[in-house]
Design a binder for this molecule. Structure first.
Ligand SMILES: Cc1cc2nc3c(=O)[nH]c(=O)nc-3n(C[C@H](O)[C@H](O)[C@H](O)COP(=O)(O)OP(=O)(O)OC[C@H]3O[C@@H](n4cnc5c(N)ncnc54)[C@H](O)[C@@H]3O)c2cc1C
Length: 484
């Protein structure tokens, strides 16, 4: 867990980059994505966050009836086995017998205990369980680990039934496109990962469920001729079905680092079995907001970005924006599987995003100056650094160092309007029979927290829909796990 950064740029990473960001100094930003069973959950930080009730109520109000907080809560509960801090009991809203371990019962590295105190000193109260109904506050992260190792959705759901005679798992192939005949998906075409321009193999199916994530599901639909007709024509893909919303509505959470050297104490790393990020906080950048719009995340190591350098005995308080308003696109540059995809989150297109991230950055800088960090650890800010004082300088710093929180969503959004791609009722693609999308791309708007748990909730619910509501994979996998 503590070495997750080593998976970036590795063979397990699709290793995507954005197009140059016009409101962020023209920089391209690395977007790691899991190229492995378990998807991005196999290389993420395993932080488990449901989001705010208001997030889902807004989905319901915005054309997705049946996806309000009270509707999704049972599915969140069904997913998890929550292990609360020692000496405490799970609240009513928490699950205790689902297939995904959600663990809060682990030792905090001392620097995180001081970070929690620093947050309290700037007016952020401690929240024992941010998944218990209220997000606001500073908290220990709840993570997916078992026996000191990451535990992802592949391990929870598929591995227990890996040998099932009705499961045929193909690895080493790339899904090229969905095959559509007379308005119905009838299977997929795959090519060898090692030779993607080779002849495709066709796999026929009664129904196709696409779950390639917020970057690849729209890419595959576009390559299949399902998407905005004008764009498809531009890149040489024959139009099968004009669906304007495919690849639109791309958005992401953003981070910007505040890094401080600890000059008075050594940050030890007894957490080698645990994560180098153990706390985060949820905070409203303006008092009139109905839910937190920032989620700073803390690291016991310096998260130096390209162009930064400094001592290793340092920690990071990443400012974080979780209710972005800017929207971008996923677009093809050509019809082939080897043609690069153009990923444009359009960071800071809406200036309100920059304002919220700036408020979060200032809060993190203020925390570094509090007694628990400044005095007890001798914390001295390295980045942005003392020379960054005016608003203009802080904004320039954001443009130079803003980065992803890895939570891209929205590119095959659920809904019923002209921009909707899948139906909120059953996640079927509008206008094509026999085709569903089930992943982070269907979220109409990103929840105010990390996106893995919401994606797993959507998948859990979809499994029930696909099987006619008669069962859930949670129950199946939990039963299989119990037999081991
Ligand atoms: C570095 C990083 C850290 C993160 N940290 C956290 C965290 O701590 N907590 C949290 O909640 N969220 C975190 N996230 C986000 C979270 O992991 C994602 O939101 C979640 O995994 C999305 O699930 P998904 O099923 O939509 O897509 P993915 O998990 O990306 O799965 C998509 C799958 O489709 C496969 N695929 C794609 N294209 C093709 C193709 N053409 N052919 C065949 N297969 C294909 C991929 O290999 C992958 O297995 C992080 C993400 C990253 C990248």
């Amino acid at each position: 867990m503590s070495r997750l950064g080593e998976l970036w740029h590795s063979p397990e990473d699709w290793d995507y980059f954005t197009v140059p960001q016009r409101h962020a100094d023209g920089r391209v930003i690395h977007w790691p994505r899991g190229r492995v069973l378990g998807g991005s959950h196999a290389l993420n930080a395993t932080i488990w966050v449901r989001g705010a009730a208001q997030d889902y109520d807004a989905w319901a109000a915005d054309g997705c009836p049946g996806w309000g907080w009270e509707d999704v809560l049972p599915w969140f509960r069904a997913l998890e086995t929550y292990v609360p801090p020692a000496g405490t009991a799970p609240g009513d809203s928490r699950g205790t017998d689902g297939p995904v371990p959600v663990v809060q019962d682990y030792p905090l590295n001392p620097v995180f205990a001081s970070i929690v105190e620093a947050a309290e000193q700037v007016g952020v109260p401690y929240n024992e369980d941010y998944n218990g109904g209220t997000l606001d506050g500073v908290s220990q992260q709840q993570i997916n680990v078992r026996d000191g190792r990451r535990f992802n959705t592949w391990m929870a759901y598929v591995k227990p039934v890996e040998e099932h005679p009705r499961l045929n798992l193909r690895t080493g192939v790339l899904l090229q496109r969905v095959l559509v005949e007379d308005g119905r998906a009838v299977g997929v075409a795959v090519v060898p990962l090692a030779a993607p321009d080779g002849a495709p193999e066709e796999i026929r199916a009664d129904e196709v469920v696409l779950c390639a994530g917020a970057l690849d599901s729209p890419k595959i639909l576009l390559r299949s001729g399902i998407g905005p007709a004008a764009h498809l024509t531009d890149v040489g893909v024959p139009v099968v079905h004009d669906l304007p919303g495919v690849g639109a509505n791309l958005h992401d959470h953003l981070l910007a680092p505040v890094i401080a050297e600890a000059t008075a104490r050594t940050i030890e790393h007894p957490e080698s079995d645990w994560s180098v990020t153990q706390t985060h906080l949820f905070w409203r950048s303006r008092p009139d907001l109905d839910a937190p719009d920032t989620q700073p995340i803390h690291f016991s190591v310096p998260m130096y970005d390209e162009g930064m350098e400094g001592p290793m005995n340092a920690f990071t308080l990443h400012a974080g924006l979780v209710r972005p308003r800017s929207r971008g696109t996923v677009r093809l540059t050509g019809p082939g599987v080897s043609d690069p995809v153009a990923l444009d989150p359009n960071i800071f297109d809406d200036p309100r995003d920059r304002e919220a991230l700036l408020a979060s950055l200032r809060q993190a800088r203020e925390m570094v100056r509090t007694r628990p960090l400044a005095q007890d650890w001798g914390a001295e800010e390295l980045y942005p650094g003392p020379e960054v004082r005016t608003e203009e300088e802080e904004v320039a710093y954001l443009h130079r160092f803003v980065t992803t929180y890895h939570h891209q969503v929205g590119t095959c959004r659920m809904g019923t309007g002209p921009d909707a791609v899948v139906s909120p009722e059953d996640l079927r693609v509008h206008g094509i029979d026999g085709l569903r999308v089930v992943d982070a791309s269907v979220m109409p708007r990103v929840p105010s927290g990390n996106t893995n748990a919401p994606t797993a909730m959507i998948a859990e619910r979809a499994a029930s829909l696909i099987t006619g509501g008669s069962t859930t994979l949670a129950a199946t996998a939990a039963a299989a796990g119990a037999e081991d």
